[in-house]
Ligand binder design. Structure first.
Ligand code: BTN
Length: 258
């Protein structure tokens, strides 16, 4: 049974609620280009063309959470990617407040949120830089599997309900909690920089110290996942010399299952 109730969001947000949309990120980008304020939050009940990272499709049936926030941070474009970690941490906190403690949340670089080791949520960042090297707008899109998840085994996905969260918990509950925690992480980032986010993320990093493969656009690297650097890059220790800092890529764990 679907629940229709007014959403309770902190006043920093301006809610744009849509029943169905091709992609909330596309809608948020359109609004951003038209001048939408920082904090504009597009929430769609379903997406007919949800987009994942690296051009992938994001399965978007009703019952799951699809949202995109327009942000206008006063920072360099390369720093804006750190807000993806703020979103991942906020989602992890939100799951912690709506779901039982038996759901273990970990973070997979760059911005996936895993529940009991399987993908619960993904984050897609799209930005427009300004002529001065700053940020014109940033759209941070979040998809979280509340009710259902794609069953293809290679996606290693899951949903909140599958992991034992009460079926009375809805995408609206998760959104409300996320919105509060996200404001708090963004404030920490504004006041103290990336370091507290880096530490919190690393405490629950999936695969820290393990051998991993990182697929880049033109090559795949192997090495040990050593750390996150001060900018949010993954530090890959390939033996000998300083670790390689990676800004964009897909991580695979060498657990004999990828
Ligand atoms: C990923 O590949 O892990 C990122 C997935 C991001 C999906 C979300 S759903 C809301 C927003 N709208 C989109 O089209 N994509 C993002």
């Amino acid at each position: 049974m679907s629940e229709e109730r007014a959403l309770r969001l902190p006043p920093a947000y301006r809610l744009v609620e849509l029943d169905s949309v091709v992609s909330s990120n596309e809608e948020a980008k359109r609004l951003a280009v038209e001048g939408a304020d920082d904090g504009t939050l597009v929430w769609a009940k379903e997406q007919t063309g949800g987009k994942g990272r690296q051009g992938r499709v994001w399965s978007s049936p009703r019952g799951n959470l699809f949202l995109s926030v327009v942000l206008r941070p006063d920072c360099e474009l390369k720093q804006a990617a750190q807000l993806g970690f703020a979103a991942a941490l906020a989602l992890g906190d939100a799951v912690g407040s709506v779901a039982p403690p038996l759901i273990e949340i970990t973070y997979k670089w760059p911005n996936d949120v895993l529940a009991n080791g399987r993908k619960l949520a993904g984050i897609l960042l799209e930005a427009q830089g300004s002529a001065e090297g700053g940020v014109e707008w940033l759209v941070l899109g979040i998809g979280a599997n509340v009710k259902s998840f794609p069953r293809e085994e290679d996606l290693k996905a899951t949903s909140l309900h599958f992991e034992g969260c009460a079926s009375s918990v809805t995408e609206a509950d998760l959104l409300e909690s996320f919105a509060r925690h996200f404001l708090s992480w963004v404030n920490t980032w504004l006041e103290e920089g990336f370091e507290p986010l880096r530490r919190a993320w690393m405490r629950h990093a999936e695969g820290k110290g393990e051998m991993i493969r990182v697929r880049l656009p033109r090559e795949t690297l192997e090495g040990r996942f050593q750390d996150l650097d001060a900018g949010g890059h993954l530090l890959l220790d390939q033996g000998g010399g300083s670790p390689r800092a990676i800004a964009v890529g897909d991580v695979f764990f060498d657990r004999g299952e990828d």
